[in-house]
Design a protein around this ligand. Structure first.
Ligand code: SF4
Length: 358
């Protein structure tokens, strides 16, 4: 297995980021889709799924991306996997702009960056045996001969906790958790550097979810993998991620160390999101509970200024007009909110629409 030496990385002052080449570096990356162009004579509308996202993902870390459904997490995953081209901005992989990739570079990239998707059953071909499914990426990328691939399938099955004797079976003969293990084995088959996991545990039972998280933590440390872990489940993200980025309406509104962001959220949206995480201990419940009114805005009709302002209880007068930028608010912590601009008044005028205390 290949692994990057993260110990040589130097810390960049104040950001928690490393001076070593980032695995992924996104600068003002946006993704737009034209919708309804064939149906509407005026040419349809522009759907902005990912908007102006700037972040870096460093070697060996697990970067969690969280947010409500429809916030752009999965589109961001597709951009990272080169399944969709970016509309604007710059997306670099190990310092190289992906738009300059030759066919050979794309082929190398496909080997280095693998995906694990949400629904294991629909991501596995029901007509293929488990052995064929796991060896498929190796065949597609010309890795090893038939015998070597077969041996590797057995090794991988053992590594993900499956009995290699079952390699001739088909996906429907496995439980949901076992199917996700197959999907992980398939992703590992070509010795990737990076796993992009899009809601890998959300279709699983709670007990199976814990097993899969343990497996992912195990393979991450064993192979020095870099992971991008996308989920709406903050408890799971806190368990597995080193750093997180919180997305709202296509934008990243807060980044930082996972535990800091989830336990002491800074951005008003993150505060509402994290307050909604249930605690197993009722005594540990926060004294106040924040509830969010309204829906996440349509990417076809995004509000001006701060995207969160129609739902934000702490909105300032300028929030409806001025779009806040993601800025460093403390070491290793960024937020896009006017409350953190030094000139902002300490006591914001609530618009009364959002946060309720229960
Ligand atoms: Fe709320 Fe304004 Fe901050 Fe947006 S910028 S989260 S509306 S306070």
């Amino acid at each position: 297995m290949t692994g990057l030496n993260v110990s040589t990385a130097k810390q960049v002052e104040g950001t928690g980021a490393t001076a070593q080449s980032a695995v992924f570096e996104l600068s003002q990356v946006s993704k737009e889709f034209r919708v309804g162009a064939r149906l509407w004579p005026w040419g349809g509308a522009t759907l902005r799924a990912v908007d102006d996202v700037t972040l870096r993902i460093d070697p060996g870390e697990c970067f969690g991306i969280v947010g409500e459904s429809g916030c752009g997490k999965s589109t961001l995953a597709k951009l990272l996997l080169l399944l969709e081209p970016i509309s604007s901005g710059r997306l670099a992989f190990h310092g190289q702009d992906v738009r300059s990739f030759s066919r050979r570079d794309v082929r190398r990239f496909r080997r280095k960056v693998q995906a694990v998707l949400q629904d294991p059953y629909s991501s596995l071909n029901p007509r293929m045996s488990i052995s064929s499914i796991i060896s498929e990426p190796m065949e597609a990328l010309g890795v090893g001969n038939r015998k070597e691939r077969e041996e590797r399938v057995c090794t991988l099955m053992e590594q993900v906790g499956l009995n290699p004797d079952f390699r001739r079976r088909f996906p429907h003969q496995f439980s949901g958790g076992q199917q996700q293990r197959v999907a992980i084995a398939r992703a590992l088959s070509v010795e990737p550097e990076v796993l992009v996991l899009d809601e890998p545990t959300s279709a699983l039972d709670v007990s199976v979810r814990t097993q899969i998280i343990r497996l992912l933590l195990d393979i991450k440390s064993k192979y020095s993998l870099t992971m991008v872990f996308i989920s709406h489940d903050l408890a799971v993200v806190e368990q597995i991620s080193d750093r997180v980025g919180v997305m709202y309406a296509g934008e990243v509104v807060e980044t930082g160390q996972a535990k800091d962001v989830i336990r002491t959220a800074s951005h008003p949206y993150t505060q509402v999101l994290t307050a909604a995480v249930p605690s197993p201990d009722p005594d540990e419940r926060p004294p106040t509970r924040l509830l969010l009114d309204g829906e996440i805005p349509s990417p076809l009709n995004l509000p001006p200024g701060c995207r969160f302002h129609p739902r934000c209880s702490r909105a300032l007068p300028q929030c409806a007009a001025d779009r806040p930028q993601l800025t460093l608010i403390e070491a290793s912590r960024e937020a896009a909110c006017h409350l953190f601009v030094p000139s902002a008044p300490p006591s914001p005028g609530a618009n009364g629409k959002v946060a309720k205390v229960s």
